[in-house]
Design a protein around this ligand. Sequence first.
Ligand code: SAH
Ligand code: SF4
Ligand code: F3S
Length: 473
Amino acid sequence: MNRNGLGIIKREDVTRELDVARAVAERFEEAGRVGGNAPRCFIRTFGCQQNEADSEQLAGLARVMGYAPAEREEDADLILVNTCAIREHAEKKALSVIGTFKHLKEANPDLIIGVGGCMTSQKHRADTLKNSYPYVSFTFDTGSLYRLPSLVAEAMGGKRKFAESDVYGIAEGVPVFPKTPHSAWLSVMYGCNNFCSYCIVPYVWGRERSRDPDDVIEEAKRLIDGGAKSITLLGQNVNSYGTESDHGCTIAELMRRICRLDGDFVLRFMTSHPKDASDELIDVIAEEEKVVKHFHLPVQSGSDRILERMNRKYTREHYLGIIDKMKKKIPDVTVTSDIIVGFPGEEDADFEDTMDLLRRVRYDMVFSFIYSPRVGTPAAKMTPAVPHEVSAERMERLLALQTAVSDERNKRFLGRKVRLLTEEISRTDPSMLTGRGDPARPVHFSGDPSLIGSFVDVEITEAGAFSLTGKIV
Ligand code: SAH
Ligand code: SF4
Ligand code: F3S
């Protein structure tokens, strides 16, 4: 039990779900739906890496239920949508995709459609799906993903079910079906206690709770045995890993323990909150060979006035202090950030502070977003709203500046030999492979697809703002 009262979800509860899953599989088997005739499950994931990781659990549960993966939604007997709620755009996109399933359900009345994740963890959205999307069979929230088997079993019996907010614990023992076993996700904590004034995450994910370090280590071992060459530790705010637990293990110690495991692999982590980015964490990045020299440290704004209104709990000077420290200890570090443009009350001078901060830090890459009001968050009531044209114009200027900086930063890799994990066939040029390493951007190079999942040494021959190209040496 964590000190905040959020427990581990009882093993029996997870075991019971796995029993239900196997019972579903037996029903399929009796109906001859195995092998080439097996039912198929299609999963569509929106949002962040946390959702990608959760979808691998959905896929794992679906597999126990006897479902084979479907390539297209048209071929599916079960469609699962894992939604995001971070900005309005993400919700609109999910709703429009769900809307396109109506005709699939008409064509196949046995089709089961389930929607879960951040969007459906808000009551008003779960209600919308219940009332206006009659072809949706069930919703589940971020805390009840492990209940997928019962939800599917009930849907098979013709029942519709819409999740109310649930117990936000941690479910251990949920099977995963990884999409890319060589590049694995590993969730170490869930939830967020920070309540940045614009952010929906604390409402849809509940309070912070951390997995037991031994459970994390066990899973890391399993992933490595299963061929993982890259492990990314995930949490909304990994810096506060363990702070609400009794085990006393920090994220830095956890990372050191993982680095001690046998195997040739690299370790990444995200996301960090600047208010508690510790020296210990910077030391781990600097000292541990397996840790990728990359720090994603979202600043959100360069203006103290706006940071205060955002409830970020640090100042621009504090932030720049962390960056300085990091650059001293890890001279070649890759630093990336998130920026919100057009937060309520952001004036030209505040935006200029953000631009100035970008010039000072010289990030390798920035994810920038136009502020999107979220129902129930304090910022949604803040005034004055920044007109969209103003935000769009600021965004354009920010992107122009950052593209130039990213271009210069990436050029430092020219002629250098970097070690990359070959991840996939390039999405833009199927004759090339794509790999990742220290550069923030993916590196493209030609090579045999059998290299996917292996490390290669690549010399960088071209470097632009958005991608790098190289050749295997
Ligand atoms: N836990 C992480 C990030 C979570 S969400 C952190 O605190 O840094 C990822 C990014 O989405 C945030 O860093 C922020 O830049 C952006 N974001 C969050 N809420 C938003 C909103 N309401 N409008 C626009 N961007 C938002
Ligand atoms: Fe991820 Fe946040 Fe979106 Fe949820 S709301 S999917 S945690 S980015
Ligand atoms: Fe969101 Fe802030 Fe937490 S951005 S996830 S409330 S740290």
